[in-house]
Design a protein around this ligand. Structure first.
Ligand code: CAA
Length: 387
């Protein structure tokens, strides 16, 4: 029996801020963003869009293809939690009318948590092949205005149906891990924006990649040449280039520019225009690869590097299944990306930084154009609506 990703779909918000608009406002050379960090746009979530509504948008097309009564668990990974106690998955469970015979839990370890949820789901399926698990990775990346991270914001949610004999990708057993207690990026409970030591965080990312890779090779015996394509956690797309160069050096390899690009570029197309989506970023990169690579990927082995600041990292692999092309949801991905409304810098500031959530009752202005939205907070209870 095998276990893996049977269906995968991602969602993002209805608004975007171009980094050309951002650069103009800040009086900076736009090439710092387009070339230097490799980002063109960032998805902006208005106050009535949160990780729950993004997740509902991501899951919905998957539920349209299956009997939702068969879902046995919702494992929700995020670092933009909406509550310190109740999991975002419990709100989602209600919003989507999932069966009561179901387990729901939230996972947290910065951007790594999506991988933890995925691996937990894979183990559950191996121990009980009747499990049909929804793994959700959803985040809204928010830094302080004027900080180095401001240009690397964004948002997104990925939903994956994890089950036996999957139609898109088998997740292979055996992976490499690395954990170290570092202060590269974090968000204290009293802040709604993350704090980051930007340069140090890129250093700890690359350092973790080297250790996780060593552990992966030791555990699995697989080598660089056993892997066809690579998806990395993408805080900004140039990080993929830095990571792949680091891995190639670590594995003592020399590869052509053409091979380098084939191994990594298709996985950056969506992230370049969505921005950082923390837990979701690695899996949006995978969607980007599936949707945009011109080659037939059947039987290709993907290497995934998951990094969560703080920090925990994992390198793992999966193999694409024959006929995967019939199950990818490219049209929906492109439609969402292309239909976003462009914001001016001032509109972005209004939507992103002005709304205070401090315990008072709030009825949110209607900006979220999707089916699921956060309508209000009443007596400290979040109320969602379906349009
Ligand atoms: N034309 C072309 N390139 C230019 C340029 C121009 N006009 N101006 C600058 N650049 C280049 C620089 O040379 C630099 O390239 P290298 O990285 O190759 O040196 C790049 O653009 C960035 O320029 P700076 O270093 O001057 O930019 P910065 O000081 O604004 O910081 C950053 C960049 C540290 C990544 C910042 O965006 C940041 O703090 N981001 C948030 C933290 C982050 O994403 N960390 C990533 C690892 S941690 C992680 O992955 C977890 C997570 O999701 C947060």
């Amino acid at each position: 029996m095998t276990a893996g990703i049977d269906l995968i779909h991602f969602a993002t918000s209805d608004y975007e801020l171009g980094l050309d608009t951002f650069a103009k406002e800040k009086n900076l050379d736009v090439n710092k963003f387009f070339d230097g960090i490799g980002q063109e746009k960032m998805s902006i979530a208005p106050p009535d869009e949160d990780i729950v509504t993004l997740a509902a948008k991501a899951v919905s097309p998957i539920l349209n293809k299956i009997d939702k009564q068969t879902i046995t668990a919702v494992l929700f990974a995020t670092e933009s939690s909406v509550d310190q106690s109740k999991s975002a998955g419990a709100f989602l469970h209600g919003l989507l009318g999932l069966p009561n015979k179901c387990r729901v839990v939230e996972f947290k370890q910065a951007c790594y948590a999506g991988t933890a949820a995925l691996q937990m789901a894979i183990s559950l399926v191996h121990s009980n092949p009747k499990e049909n698990i929804l793994v959700i990775a959803a985040d809204i990346a928010r830094y302080e205005q004027g900080s180095s991270g401001e240009a690397t914001q964004g948002c997104g949610a990925v939903a994956m149906l994890i089950k036996q004999n999957p139609r898109i990708m088998i997740i292979e057993q055996g992976s490499g891990y690395y954990t170290e207690d570092v202060a590269d990026f974090w968000r204290p409970n009293y802040l709604n924006t993350a704090l980051v030591d930007g340069k140090y965080s890129t250093k700890t990312y690359l350092n973790s990649l080297k250790y996780a890779w060593d552990n992966f090779v030791e555990e699995t015996g697989k080598q660089f040449d056993d892997i066809n394509n690579f998806c990395y956690h993408i805080p900004f797309s140039r990080m993929t280039e830095k990571a792949h160069k680091t891995l190639i050096k670590k594995a003592n390899k020399i590869i052509s520019v053409k091979t380098f690009n084939q191994q990594t570029l298709p996985g950056q197309i969506y992230n370049r225009v969505v921005g950082n989506s923390y837990c979701a970023a690695l899996f949006i990169s995978f969607c980007s690869f599936l949707d945009n690579d011109k080659h037939n990927l059947e039987k290709n082995r993907f290497g995934f590097f998951s990094y969560g600041s703080g920090c925990v990292a994992e390198f793992f692999t999966g193999v694409i299944q024959t006929g995967y092309q019939d199950f990818i949801m490219k049209d929906s991905h492109l439609q969402q990306i292309n239909n976003r409304q462009a914001l001016s810098y001032d509109e972005y500031v209004d939507l992103y930084y002005k709304q205070k959530i401090d315990g008072a009752n709030i009825v949110f202005a209607k900006n979220n154009k999707g089916k699921y939205r956060l309508e209000k907070i009443e007596n400290n209870i979040r109320k969602y609506e379906i349009n």
